[in-house]
Design a protein. Structure first.
Ligand code: SF4
Length: 187
C-alpha cells in the first residue's frame, strides 16, 4: 500500500518508516509543519529529515511553510492553552488535512502521522483528528487514515536509537512559539 506519512520530525519519523516498511508498505514522507516557529527551526528539522529520507531511500515531499496561516486558523484565541489542549487538537487537524489533501491529489492509498511516536502526544486525540479529516474525503473513498500507534512496540525507544545512529537533530520543544515560551519559562 502507498502511505503518505505526515512527518513531524526526523527522530519520530525514523521509527515510523521502519514500522511501515516492515508491514510491507511503500512510504513517502510529507513534511507539513507550518506550526513550527521559526522558519530557521523549520529548516533545521527539515535538514534532518532529508538525512533520514536518504538513509531509508524513501521519497520526501515538502509542503510550503505558512506559519501566518497556521496562526490565523489554529492559534488565535488559543494562545494560552496548555500542550495537549484545544490548540494542539486544531494543530493536528490542520497538518493532517494538508497531508490528506496531498495524498488524495497524488493517488496514495492512505495517510498517517508520526505524531503518535511521542509520549507527549495523546494518541486517541491524534486518531480522532485523523478520522475527522478522513471523513471530509469520504465522497471519494480514499485515501483512508491509517491508525498506527507508533509508540507501541517501543517505538519511542527505536526513534531514540535511530536518531543516535544517524545523528539526527532532536528539538527541545514541540513546534510553536506558545509551547516554546512555556518551556523556556519552566526552566
Ligand atoms: S504545542 Fe505542538 S501540537 Fe500543540 S499547537 Fe504547538 S506546535 Fe501544535
Amino acid at each position: 500500500m502507498r502511505v503518505l506519512l505526515h512527518s513531524c520530525c526526523a527522530p519520530c519519523s525514523s521509527a515510523c518508516v521502519m514500522r511501515l516498511k516492515s508491514l510491507g508498505h511503500e512510504v513517502t514522507l510529507y513534511y507539513s509543519n507550518s506550526n513550527i516557529d521559526t522558519f530557521e527551526e523549520f529548516e533545521r528539522r527539515l535538514e534532518s529529515l532529508r538525512i533520514l529520507a536518504e538513509a531509508e531511500q524513501v521519497d520526501l515531499v515538502v509542503d510550503e511553510y505558512c506559519h501566518d496561516v497556521w496562526l490565523k486558523e489554529v492559534a488565535v484565541g488559543y494562545e494560552s492553552e496548555p500542550e495537549k489542549g484545544k490548540r494542539c487538537a486544531k494543530c493536528y487537524r490542520f497538518n493532517l488535512a494538508r497531508t490528506a489533501n496531498y495524498a488524495r491529489e497524488h493517488g496514495f492509498d492512505a495517510f498517517s502521522t508520526s505524531l503518535t511516536v511521542s509520549p507527549h502526544k495523546p494518541t486517541a486525540l491524534v486518531f480522532a483528528k485523523g478520522v475527522e479529516v478522513e471523513a471530509d474525503l469520504a465522497d471519494i473513498g480514499k485515501p483512508f487514515f491509517l491508525e498506527e500507534d507508533f509508540k507501541k512496540k517501543d517505538g519511542f525507544k527505536v526513534s531514540l536509537q535511530r536518531s543516535k545512529d544517524l545523528n539526527l537533530y532532536r528539538q527541545a520543544y514541540c513546534g510553536c512559539e506558545f509551547c516554546r515560551n512555556r518551556s523556556q519559562m519552566a526552566r
